[in-house]
Design a protein around this ligand. Structure first.
Ligand code: GLN
Length: 552
């Protein structure tokens, strides 16, 4: 069976949740025994999102091979429990970069290099590079942006051509659109969808299936109207109602028959029913936990929750494993002071200090670390959060009052956290951090070792700075434990504090490896420690069994 391509475009407005629809469809197809992967095509001109502000783009998701990618890849990995790579995220920046590099090398000698065919060919070759491997039955190609955007045109054109190249029967076009509900009129309105389909038809890509986001149910007459005016069959109008949790969307799509229609139309050789046994078990645990606790997430981008998306999702996975709902209390690190840290954190049973860049909010993060350390509250520091934990420990336990990171104070006399050697020569900002998966060896009798149940682990990185090994002995003599080391470079990857109930700082990003099927062991263990703390301090809320809890 040759590989089939499902092209997913979006209309009317952005933020309709195309990534979740793609991940949900992928989940359902995989649960029917198909080999599925997803590719995201991003029309922006950045080569990758690595240089974008988290307020602008949300989290940068890093793959095992060190690609800085769109956060939708995180949804794919979490839903499908697969690993993605650089190949799964294509940007206009990367396409042009490669086409221009080829042009300079003389690859198009004698020709005028143009959007059609050179850019569109390059786009198609990226899509085929995944499909032609023979590893997949289905590639879901998500075209970023909204139909009608100028920068999206080459992608839609490339997808139109792809249908011709690989044969129409091997491709399917799904258009995700919005059916707004006008309260005053008491009606669902189909016109924006009609216009969106018209726009995509002008470019020549007829949608086969319409997935319609709506706040209220779409009745048969509206479905017929949409089908009539958008050239699709009645059954190919799929309603996508707002869900309480993104993890419910596969079920919503199953009920609407999205996967069934896809299988019929592409004549895929798939199981009659998806096997969602494990997924359903997880969903039950998410919806009906027996208890709930609060954990603080201290960071400087907290107004924009997408900046910490994978962390928030990891808590949902780890909460389900612990039969507990974790309510995140988002704390702006800029606002934390020595005076208000206690009242702000008094009801939480665990404190996570988040990753980040630059000096803003560092003092607040140090207050949060100190509070967790001295009050014996479970503490989890990720990347910058670990660096802050070490600085706080050095200053307040070892008496190294000048301890700092050269990221915040380049002239510091005590560079406890410093640029890695190989970073010192680098001037370019894009794609130059320590990126991707590295090995880490754990010490026995450590919290990390107990959590992982393994001696060697592989975790993903995204940072320039690193704990300066020059100060290791001094830190160790004051009680800091180094429990994870990169075996080939000797870089410190994990720190702990011996006499604290749960105090772990990691230089890597564990949140990038948590999935529904395999919640991350450190998150699972941290939540368990936080539950224990909550029980001891009467901070736990027991929920009557059977109570339906909403998870957002
Ligand atoms: N800014 C720090 C560094 O570059 C931490 C990065 C992060 O938290 N991802 O090392």
């Amino acid at each position: 069976m040759s590989c089939k391509y499902i092209i997913v475009t979006g209309g009317v407005t952005s933020s309709l949740g195309k990534g979740i629809i793609c991940a949900s469809l992928g989940k359902l197809l995989a649960a029917r025994g198909l080999r599925v992967t997803i590719q995201k095509l991003d029309p922006y001109i950045n080569v990758d999102p690595g240089t974008m502000n988290p307020y602008e783009h949300g989290e940068v998701y890093v793959t095992n091979d060190g690609a800085e990618t769109d956060l939708d890849l995180g949804h794919y990995e979490r839903f499908l429990n697969v690993t993605t790579s650089q190949k799964n995220n294509v940007t206009t920046g990367r396409i042009y970069y490669d086409v221009i590099t080829k042009e300079r090398k003389g690859a198009y000698l004698g020709k005028t290099v143009q959007v059609v065919p050179h850019i569109t060919d390059e786009i198609k070759s990226r899509v085929r590079a995944i499909g032609d491997t023979g590893e997949y039955d289905v590639v879901i190609v998500e075209v970023g942006g909204t139909v009608g955007d100028i920068e999206g045109l080459p992608y839609i054109e490339a997808m139109r051509q792809l249908r011709y190249d690989v044969g129409r029967k091997n491709t399917l076009s799904i258009h995700l659109t919005l059916i707004p509900y006008l309260k005053a009129a008491g009606e669902l309105k189909t016109k924006p969808t009609q216009h969106s389909v018209k726009t995509i038809l002008e470019i020549g890509l007829q949608p086969d299936i319409l997935v319609c986001r709506a706040e209220v149910p779409i009745d048969t007459s509206i479905r017929r109207k949409i089908a009539l005016f958008c050239n699709v069959d009645d059954e190919d109008v799929i309603a996508s109602m707002d869900a309480e949790s993104i993890y419910e969307v596969p079920h919503l799509m199953l009920e609407e028959g999205l996967d069934r229609r896809v299988i019929e139309r592409l004549q895929l050789d798939a199981a009659d029913e998806p096997d969602l046994t494990n997924w359903n078990r997880f969903l039950q645990a998410v919806k009906h936990p027996s208890k709930r606790i609060k954990i603080a997430l201290v960071g400087k981008y907290v107004e924009h929750k997408d900046a910490y998306l994978s962390i928030a999702e990891s808590f949902i996975h780890a909460g389900a494993m612990n039969d507990c709902r974790v309510d995140l209390v988002w704390i702006q690190s800029d606002d934390l002071t020595a005076r208000n840290v206690a009242p702000k954190l008094k009801n939480v049973s665990g404190i996570l200090v988040a990753p980040g860049f630059g000096g803003r909010g560092i003092e607040g993060k140090l207050h949060a670390v100190r509070y967790a350390r001295t009050k014996n509250i479970p503490f989890f520091g990720i990347c910058l959060g670990m660096q802050c934990a070490v600085i706080e420990f050095a200053r307040n336990v070892c008496g190294m009052t000048d301890a700092n990171s050269t990221e915040f104070l380049p002239s510091t006399p005590m560079p406890l956290v410093d640029l890695m050697m190989e970073q010192k020569q680098i001037d370019d900002m894009g794609g130059t951090m320590r990126l991707g998966q590295y090995e880490c060896k754990l010490s026995e009798n450590s919290t990390a070792h107990r959590a992982y149940g393994n001696e060697v682990i592989y975790e993903r990185h995204r940072h320039r700075y690193e704990l300066n090994n020059h100060y290791l002995e001094q830190l160790k003599s004051c009680g800091l434990k180094i429990t994870g080391i990169n075996p080939s470079t000797g870089l410190v990857e994990i720190i702990e504090i011996e006499e604290h109930p749960w105090f772990v700082g990691v230089q890597f990003h564990p949140e990038l490896k948590s999935s529904v099927k395999e919640p991350h062991p450190l998150f699972v263990n941290f939540v368990a420690a936080s539950i224990a703390y909550a029980e001891d301090h009467e901070l736990i809320k027991k929920l009557p069994t059977g109570e339906v809890e909403q998870q957002v």
